[in-house]
Design a protein around this ligand. Structure first.
Ligand code: TXA
Ligand code: MG
Length: 303
C-alpha cells in the first residue's frame, strides 16, 4: 500500500501467518520488528499499554503523518511483530488509500517498507514491482510518495523521549509539542538493539556510493582515472564541477522537502545503470537536512 512516506508491505497485524509472510517476502530477519498502522489514535490502546500523555499530544498534532511512536506493548501482541521486545511501534499514515484500506479492513496492518531487506525503500508502485514482483498479490498504486523518506521513529517507552530513526518530523518539532527535550540515539553504533533496523547496511544502492563535501567532490572528480568511469553524481548546490563526458550529473533540489521526495527514486534510477560509483554532494547537518543526511550516510556506508 502507498503511504505518504514510502510504500509499505501490508498484512493483518493480528494474523501471525500473514506477518510471517511479510518477513519471508522481504527476506527480513526475525530480529527486526514491524510498525503497526492504524487509523484512529483511540486504537493505540489496543496495541499499547501505559500510554504516556505526550503520545496523545503527538498523535493529535502529527497524525496522520510521518511519525511512528514506540510504546509499551499489550501482552497479546504477536512476538513476531515486536521481535520479542516489550514495545510496539504505531503510526497513522497520511495517505487516502492507506487510510481507506486500514479502515475497510477494520484492524491494524503491519507495513514495513516494501523493499527487500537492506535495499532502498520504494516510493512508487513501479519500484515496489521491481523489489517484490511476484512475492505480492496486489500493488495499490497511489502515485509517488509525497514525503519520500521513512517516518521519524520516537521511543516513548523510556524516561526520556528518544528518536530512534530521524525523519522529516524533527526532534525540535516534537519537543515543541510535548515540552520536553528529545534525545537522539547515536547513529555511529552499527547495530543497535532498540531499533534493529537501523544498522549501517540499510538504504543502500548496489553501486558503490560516496558522500563527499562540495570541495572534495570537485577534487575527486577532477582526478578520476578513466578506469573509474562512468559515474553518476547527485549535486544540489551551484558548485562548479568538472565537465566529464562520462559523468552523469543529476541536479537535485536545494530544498530539503523536495530533495527527500526525489532521493530514493533518483538513487534507484542511477543504481540501474552500470556506473562505477554514485557520488553524492553532502550538505551541512542542520535540522532540516538531518534525516536526509542520515540516509545518505547509510547509503554510502558500504565503503
Ligand atoms: O515510514 C515508515 O515508517 C514506513 C511506512 C510504510 O509506514 N515503514 C517502515 O517500516 O519504514 P520498516 O519496517 O521498513 O522500518 C521500521 C523500523 C525498523 O527499523 C524497526 O527496527 C523499527 O522501525 N521498529 C519497529 N518496531 C520497533 C520497536 N518496537 N522498537 C524499536 N524499533 C522498532
Ligand atoms: Mg525499511
Amino acid at each position: 500500500m502507498p503511504t505518504e512516506t514510502v510504500y509499505g508491505l501490508a498484512a493483518d497485524a493480528a494474523n501471525p501467518q500473514a506477518v510471517a509472510k511479510v518477513f519471508a517476502a522481504k527476506r527480513r530477519p526475525a530480529s527486526h520488528p514491524l510498525i503497526v498502522h492504524i487509523t484512529d489514535p483511540k486504537d493505540m490502546s489496543k496495541w499499547a499499554k501505559d500510554i504516556p500523555e505526550p503520545a496523545y499530544k503527538l498523535a493529535s498534532h502529527f497524525w496522520p503523518g510521518p511519525l511512528t511512536l514506540v510504546l509499551k506493548r499489550q501482552p497479546h501482541v504477536d512476538d513476531a511483530i515486536t521481535a520479542g521486545q516489550e514495545t510496539i511501534a504505531l503510526r497513522i499514515p497520511h495517505h487516502p488509500i492507506a487510510l481507506a484500506l486500514i479502515a475497510a479492513f477494520g484492524g491494524g496492518l503491519v507495513a514495513p517498507s516494501a523493499n527487500r531487506f537492506t535495499r532502498i525503500s520504494p516510493t512508487t508502485a513501479n519500484a515496489v514491482r521491481d523489489e517484490l514482483g511476484d512475492e505480492v498479490d496486489l500493488i495499490l498504486d497511489g502515485g509517488s510518495c509525497e514525503v519520500g523518506l521513512e517516518s521519524t521513529i520516537l521511543d516513548l517507552s523510556t524516561e526520556q523521549p528518544c528518536i530512534l530513526r530521524p525523519g522529516m518530523i524533527s526532534a525540535n518539532e516534537i519537543a515543541a509539542v510535548i515540552g520536553v527535550t528529545v534525545a537522539e540515539q547515536r547513529q555511529d553504533t552499527p547495530v543497535t538493539t532498540r531499533a534493529p533496523g537501523m544498522h549501517h547496511l540499510h538504504y543502500a544502492p548496489r553501486t558503490l556510493t560516496r558522500l563527499l563535501p562540495s570541495s572534495e567532490l570537485q577534487q575527486t572528480l577532477a582526478a578520476l582515472p578513466p578506469a573509474d568511469l562512468p559515474v553518476a553524481c547527485l549535486v544540489w548546490s551551484d558548485v562548479v564541477l568538472p565537465e566529464l563526458s562520462e559523468c552523469h550529473y543529476v541536479k537535485m533540489p536545494a530544498d530539503a522537502n523536495a530533495y527527500a521526495h526525489d532521493l530514493y527514486d533518483v538513487l534507484r534510477q542511477v543504481d540501474q545503470q552500470q556506473y562505477r560509483c554514485i557520488f553524492i554532494e553532502a550538505m551541512a547537518d542542520v535540522e532540516t537536512w538531518h534525516a536526509i543526511l542520515d540516509r545518505l550516510q547509510k547509503a554510502s556506508a558500504k565503503e
